[in-house]
Structure formats: C-alpha cells, structure tokens
Design a protein around this ligand. Structure first.
Ligand code: 5GP
Ligand code: ZN
Length: 112
C-alpha cells in the first residue's frame, strides 16, 4: 500500500534491522525500542489493524513467529510480552498490523 512505512520495508524501499523473514512474515527491530529486546512482527500483505485480520492461518504464523523469535532471542524461559495495539484508543500509530515482542526487563501490569 502506498505511503505505508511497513509496506515500504516489505518492498525493500526501506531497510530495517531484519531478524526474520519468510514468504508471509517480516520481523525487524523497533526503531524506538521500549525494552532491551523490542521486535515487530508483521504480515507482508497490508492489513491495517487486528480488526481487519480474517486469515486465521496467517494469524497463527504471526503468533508462532513471535514465540520462535522469543526463544531465539533468549527471552522464552524468563518471559516476555506480546502487544497488539488496535486503533486510536489502543495506541496504534502505524496502521499496518504488527505484533510487538518485548523482553529483557520486568514488565508491569496494568500497561499504560
Ligand atoms: P504502534 O504504536 O503502532 O503499535 O507501534 C508502532 C511501532 O513502530 C513503534 O514502536 C515505533 O517505534 C515503530 N516504528 C515506527 N516507524 C518505524 C521505522 O521506520 N522503523 C522501525 N524499525 N520501527 C518503526
Ligand atoms: Zn502496509
């Protein structure tokens, strides 16, 4: 989708710090990390929000990528957090679906 920063990453027009890629999914380090490890996992197709995600197989791939990366990054045993912000009150800034993987520090509850 034109003017979508994450679509530009998928297209190779912007080069993030990629940690994983396959036919359907791209994962890269967040430019403004909120934890020692902060990775974003996105579908390669443009889906604006979680509310627009109908493909349950893709949903599973996205989630499984988070857990695989958490183990790869050495976070799995201590623990980590996965966040999907949806729409304005959910705190979504980039309208291309992404799963945050945050770890390497103690998380608190409730989130802000
Ligand atoms: P949201 O608030 O939409 O859930 O999260 C968007 C995330 O995208 C933020 O954590 C922000 O730091 C990250 N982000 C925005 N622009 C870029 C960029 O150009 N490169 C990378 N690597 N991350 C970005
Ligand atoms: Zn997009």
């Amino acid at each position: 989708m034109a003017d979508c920063i994450f679509c530009k990453m998928v297209a190779g027009e912007i080069s993030p710090d990629v940690v994983y890629e396959d036919d359907d999914v791209l994962a890269f380090r967040d430019i403004n990390g909120q934890a020692p490890t902060h990775i974003l996992v996105i579908p390669k197709v443009h889906i604006s929000t979680l509310d627009d995600l109908d493909d349950t197989e893709l949903a599973g791939r996205l989630l499984k990528t988070v857990s695989k990366l958490a183990r790869q990054e050495g976070l799995a045993d201590d623990g980590y957090r996965t966040v999907i912000n949806c729409n304005e009150k959910g705190g979504q800034d980039v309208y291309h679906l992404h799963l945050h993987l945050l770890g390497g520090r103690q998380m608190i509850w409730p989130p802000g």
